[in-house]
Design a protein around this ligand. Structure first.
Ligand code: XIL
Length: 365
């Protein structure tokens, strides 16, 4: 430190006044994911870790231009009882982002996954009461975050694999119904977009779903595109599509690029909204070791996903790529699926992995 400031003084003494800025003698800051990328690069964060873990915070500050609250804006976190909102954890993220100039993408105003919410499961009321509660939830959250959240996933995962609407009955192919579809009727998605737009006309509104690039589920992709066309015809405000990307090493790059291209043809913004790359390739193997070979393949996949995005999505439609977590220690994958895995660009000790280098290369302008 001492040497550096002495050097600074010596160098500055020889410079004309207008050049006397400290940056003239510091080394070029090293590249970061955000600094090399022509579009926003984001990360899903937790308010808890942001508050207590300085290494975690450091990575978010240095590497990413956009943040998504991993859970804090979901109904289960901020709407614990029918007449009670608790914005504390969400606000911590909004304050952090505001203080450091990070864009915030919010998830998700409406999602079928409400299993932890007793009051919602037990909610009794006619269609009017359901509609009032649905609208009140969306608008309370959007108004609270107005001016702080740039964009929202308004509805998340509303479609089945075969492109039909996820319902709360046996027609749901994965048996995970939507309490919203059941009580609000088929057109609830459109109304969610209208309500969100009413509450904050400046916010950009996205529909978000998973495996839209899966060749075994072509009807899901078609259904999303048809929904967008229908919304456009009816003047429903929708601005973007979120493509979750929880993929394994064997994911097909060409298939991903094709799907992104088809989605971009709608003219909406395209967000790779939840990226992580599973070295397990979704296979349960308690003996799996994160070998050099797997790490190299993971790096290749991070690179190729970023390249596919750049190839397929025209620059003005690139809302960005968001990675689903900071480091492997906190990834949702092992806990949620009982898999041994290391899906993120930073390891358990927040060291950059080969995956980081691959991602950086893919993002570079
Ligand atoms: C996940 C979070 O990462 C977990 O911490 C939580 O337990 C469940 O939700 N699709 C989505 C995300 O749209 O919101 C999910 O996030 C992952 C799958």
């Amino acid at each position: 430190m001492k040497t550096a400031s002495a050097l600074t003084l010596i160098l500055m003494a020889g410079l004309p006044f207008s050049c006397r800025i400290p940056q003239a003698v510091t080394s070029t800051p090293s590249e970061t994911l955000q600094s090399v990328s022509p579009f926003p690069v984001g990360v899903a964060v937790g308010s808890d870790l942001l508050g207590k873990d300085s290494a975690y915070r450091e990575i978010v500050l240095r590497e990413y231009g956009s943040v998504t609250p991993e859970n804090e804006a979901k109904i289960e976190c901020l709407h614990p009882r029918e007449r009670e909102f608790d914005f504390l954890a969400f606000d911590r993220i909004l304050d952090f982002a505001g203080a450091h100039g990070k864009r915030v993408h919010g998830v998700a105003l409406v999602w079928h996954d409400t299993s932890g919410l007793g009051w919602l499961r037990d909610f009794r009321g006619d269609a009017v009461a359901w509609e009032r509660m649905f609208k009140a939830h969306i608008q309370a959250v959007v108004r609270h975050a107005k001016g702080k959240v740039r964009s929202w996933d308004v509805v998340n995962e509303a479609l089945n694999d075969d492109g039909t609407l996820r319902m709360d009955d046996e027609t749901a192919t994965d048996h995970l119904g939507s309490i919203w579809a059941k009580h609000l009727g088929r057109d609830y998605i459109a109304r969610a977009f209208r309500y969100a737009h009413e509450a904050d006309p400046e916010a950009l509104l996205f529909y978000n779903d998973f495996e839209l690039y899966d060749p075994r589920k072509p009807k899901k992709l078609e259904a999303v595109i048809a929904m967008v066309e229908d919304f456009k015809d009816r003047g429903i405000p929708i601005h973007g599509l979120g493509v979750q990307m929880h993929v394994g090493l064997s994911a097909d790059d060409a298939g991903i690029a094709d799907a992104l291209r088809r989605l971009a043809d709608t003219g909406l913004m395209i967000h790779i909204s939840e990226l992580d790359i599973l070295v397990s390739d979704w296979k349960k193997d308690a003996a799996l070791i994160n070998s050099d070979e797997l790490q190299r393949r993971q790096a290749d996949k991070y690179r190729s996903v970023a390249l596919a995005y750049k190839r397929a999505v025209p620059p003005r439609q690139r809302y960005g790529i968001t990675v689903w977590g900071v480091g492997d220690a906190h990834s949702w994958i092992p806990g949620n699926f009982g898999l041994k895995d290391w899906p993120l660009p930073f390891d358990e000790n927040y060291r950059k992995k080969k995956a980081y280098e691959g991602f950086l290369e893919g993002l570079r302008r």
